[in-house]
Design a protein around this ligand. Structure first.
Ligand SMILES: [Zn+2]
Length: 459
């Protein structure tokens, strides 16, 4: 007898568990049933049968990678010439008018493309920070969640928001901000409709006012209260640039972290994108409160924003996950590349011994899970969800490598061979099996051409 929904991956070249003992098994197996890992070890029991068997002789298995910060709609405005060499505030001022053209279809298709990219890079769970709601567009989170369900990725939607437009001293144009009551009512609607608190949840919802320079302290405070009432998580951008620090000092008379504290966000319910401009004492405060950090090395380098003290934050007690950030400031959604950049950037700053490949991959897996408030994903262990990324060691970029785990980040970032989400194979032989990508890419290019008004589309 075999269970209908069972999966056996056997004879794995390397199986990286990311468990507390940091166990790595060579020649081992993994068995999952109904989306949950049941057995891991050296040799499967002789009578073990599974509906689906994968031979892993040339594969390395790692926990499915977890992306803790993104803006999927920005896949429509990649490599935008006018913003190519700008720092954050000018970059935003250039792109807001283009983004004001997005609608439900654009958001849905952009999410599908970004999610597809993530999955092909080994990502099984992503969050997204969607904060831009042009007038009349009230169902954009719904469009993203529909995309996640279609493509088969585990998804943490965040109901983002902007409430302070240019006329009130904020950075975004008034056409893309909403009032506090509209934001809070829709936040509650999205939580009630979609948030699943159960272990193994495929959809969760968090609340995410965008940044100190686009929301009011009152909205931050009321959002924290709403999150507490529904027991959902809180997310925002913080301490990304010196410009933001100046804005906080001018408008609130406080540094970014003091502003965050003053509105009730310095708790383990929060995780923050970027976290660059923190003093040593602020790092200790964040660590004591176990505030999570989405470290976004590629975006920080791309925009020249600065360097996040990720290792100091970890030592202080903060979980530090990785985020690819939006596709207009990266401009890719490749989680393995993000982990590689985290490794390289932290080595550049602190020396080659400061961070190992395994530590960087822990950020991309188990620490990312902690940022999202999850203990059911991020490691390969019995009882955890069967979210697994398998990379093919026959890939030309790995040829000649001695150690499989090191090759994942020291060699060129590869495309995943097989991806399993909740026990279901969603990428096979490097190809998405849940949907046909070509027609979606054609639609995506068409919409991107409209949004950017591009006179010379790539194809
Ligand atoms: Zn961001």
């Amino acid at each position: 007898m075999t269970t209908a929904n069972s999966l056996l991956i056997r004879d794995l070249h390397t199986l990286v568990t990311m468990n507390d003992d940091r166990e790595v098994i060579h020649g081992g197996f993994l068995y999952a049933e109904d989306g949950v890992i049941k057995l891991i070890g050296q040799r499967p029991p002789r009578n073990l049968r599974a509906r689906r068997v994968i031979r892993g002789n040339a594969l390395i298995a790692v926990p499915g990678l977890i992306n803790t910060h993104h803006h999927l709609f920005q896949t429509l405005t990649r490599a935008c010439t006018a913003a190519a060499n700008a720092e954050l505030f000018d970059w935003l001022r250039t792109l807001y008018p283009l983004w004001s053209r997005i609608d439900e279809e654009a958001t849905h298709v952009a999410a599908l493309v970004g999610m597809a990219e993530l999955m092909l890079s080994g990502c099984t769970t992503t969050s997204d920070h969607h904060y831009l709601f042009p007038r009349g567009q009230s169902r954009l989170i719904d469009a993203q969640i529909a995309a996640a369900r279609k493509i088969g990725i585990r998804f943490h939607a965040t109901r983002g928001s902007m409430s302070v437009g240019e006329s009130k001293g904020g950075l975004p144009p008034d056409s893309v901000v909403q009032d506090d009551d509209t934001i809070l009512a829709d936040s509650e609607r999205v939580i009630r409709k979609y948030h699943d608190p159960q272990p193994g949840a495929m959809i969760r919802v968090a609340l995410a006012p965008c940044s100190p320079f686009s929301v009011s302290p009152e909205l931050m405070r009321r959002t924290a209260e709403l999150a507490e009432r529904h027991d959902v998580r809180l997310h925002t951008h913080l301490a990304e640039t010196r410009d933001e620090e100046r804005y906080c000092l001018e408008h609130f008379g406080k540094r970014p972290l003091d502003f965050l504290d003053s509105v009730g966000w310095l708790t383990d319910r929060s995780w923050l994108a970027h976290g660059i401009y923190f003093s040593a004492s602020e790092v200790r405060r964040l660590g004591r409160a176990h505030v999570g950090i989405a470290h976004c090395p590629t975006s920080n380098m791309r925009l020249g924003s600065g360097f996040c003290p990720a290792l100091a934050l970890q030592r202080a007690g903060s979980p530090v996950g990785l985020g690819v950030d939006g596709s207009a400031s990266n401009d890719s959604s490749h989680m393995l590349a993000e982990a590689r950049n985290a490794l390289l950037l932290n080595r550049l700053r602190h020396g080659a011994a400061a961070i190992t490949v395994e530590q960087a991959l822990r950020m991309a897996t188990v620490e990312g899970a902690h940022c999202l408030g999850r203990s059911d994903i991020g490691t390969l262990e019995p009882g955890k969800r069967a979210d697994i990324a398998l990379f093919d060691l026959r890939n030309p970029s790995y040829s000649g490598a001695e150690d499989a785990l090191s090759a994942l980040l020291l060699c060129a970032p590869a495309t995943v061979h097989t991806l399993v989400v909740e026990g279901r194979v969603v990428v096979e032989d490097g190809v998405l099996s849940t949907l046909s990508l070509d027609p979606i890419l054609r639609r995506h290019r068409r919409i991107a051409t409209r949004v950017t008004n591009n006179p010379r589309p790539l194809c």
